[in-house]
Design a protein around this ligand. Structure first.
Ligand code: HEC
Length: 225
């Protein structure tokens, strides 16, 4: 398992670096890399006409706003506000509202690098694969390898001051809700972030998100040991 996660993390890093380099210096045109061929293969594979994927190439309003600026730092306040507003309006909660879920179920999704990958050459996941691939960008449990694109989440529940004694108070549940919102649609808190908007396009369900939040915050979870 550790190995799979690490490889998933590496592939994100490799793609991320390639993208950044492309922005800085235009790649030499005369030598198209294998990667460009792969990209063309995906684009030519009927992606835009396959109803399962067609929506992925349509930008939503928040994406259109984010795409106008090279980074969040240079976005005007109004644009930031608009992205936050759109992203907050998008959040759906589990049927029973905010409650503690099952951290073991949450851990499964956090650990799983599969879910929503699509390509013509063997990377496509089945519709039932549900993963957050969180370790690609975050360190989470003590001793497990992870990425550093996002902040370290080790002892995240302790940082939010959640204890066995206070965990069912309205104040603690309010904090649970804040973290729920971050995972469901990261742009509601960090506009235009590179963190995926897991609930936004239905990659994860409200119950999945609730279990992930429980994994991050529950005093019994290995995250907080
Ligand atoms: C592609 C990289 C990426 C992936 C995958 C990712 N995140 Fe993140 N995450 C980030 C970044 C970057 C931030 C910092 C937000 C910002 O400033 O844009 C962040 C922020 C967060 C925060 C807020 C931390 C704080 O400062 O309080 C939480 C919680 C979090 N991520 C949880 C998760 C979970 C759980 C998953 C998997 C379901 C996940 N992330 C997947 C990149 C990622």
């Amino acid at each position: 398992m550790k190995k799979t996660l690490f490889i998933a993390g590496l592939s994100v890093l490799v793609f991320g670096t390639a993208e950044a380099q492309q922005k800085k210096a235009q790649p030499k045109k005369e030598q198209p890399s294998t990667k460009q061929e792969d990209v063309m293969q995906v684009l030519n594979s009927g992606l835009s006409t396959d109803p399962r994927f067609a929506w992925k190439i349509q930008q939503d309003e928040a994406q259109r706003i984010c795409s106008q600026y090279p980074s969040r730092e240079v976005m005007p306040g109004q644009a930031i506000q608009k992205v936050i507003q759109l992203s907050q309006a998008d959040i759906r909660y589990p049927q029973w509202g905010i409650f503690w879920g099952d951290w073991r179920e949450g851990k499964k999704i956090v650990d799983n690098p599969r879910g929503g990958r699509f390509a013509s050459y063997g990377f496509s996941d089945s519709p039932t694969d549900r993963g957050g691939n969180c370790y690609a960008c975050h360190l989470i449990e003590k001793g497990l390898p992870g990425g550093t694109m996002g902040p370290n989440l080790y002892q995240y529940g302790k940082r939010w001051n959640i204890t066995k004694e206070n965990m069912n108070t309205p104040e603690a549940l309010e904090r649970v809700k804040i973290v729920y919102n971050i995972i469901y649609n990261s742009w509601s808190a960090f506009p235009c972030s590179s963190m995926p908007r897991f609930g936004h396009n239905g990659a994860l369900s409200p119950e999945d998100v609730m279990n992930i939040v429980t994994f991050l915050l529950h005093p019994d979870s290995p995250v907080n040991k």
